[in-house]
Design a protein around this ligand. Sequence first.
Ligand SMILES: [Zn+2]
Length: 115
Amino acid sequence: MTEHFIDRPLVLGRCTRCGAWILAGHNAGLRVLVDLDHLDAAAELLALAAGRHTYNLLTLRRAVWAEWRCSFRIAAPRRHPVVASHPCWQRGFTPMPAVSAPESPVEATDERIPF
Ligand SMILES: [Zn+2]
């Protein structure tokens, strides 16, 4: 039902509760916070039994996207890395600070805006 909602690529950051490195974004309109560890089939089963969602990590246009693994995707052969939702995903997320160019000094001028 949520397949037509907006997706946003995942960004790296830290969980505000436990401080772990996680990825955050949106899948089908829902916020997604996932661990970085890739899961094999047994680990995915344990994650699902613990009540966590699992996602395919898709790489498209230099960005990483999460795709929720419904029962059909779980049953199909794996073509992407699989990760699980972060256990304390509802708490919060602090994105990794963006790398920016060093600030160049701005010279003060007496010029006024001409309009
Ligand atoms: Zn956490």
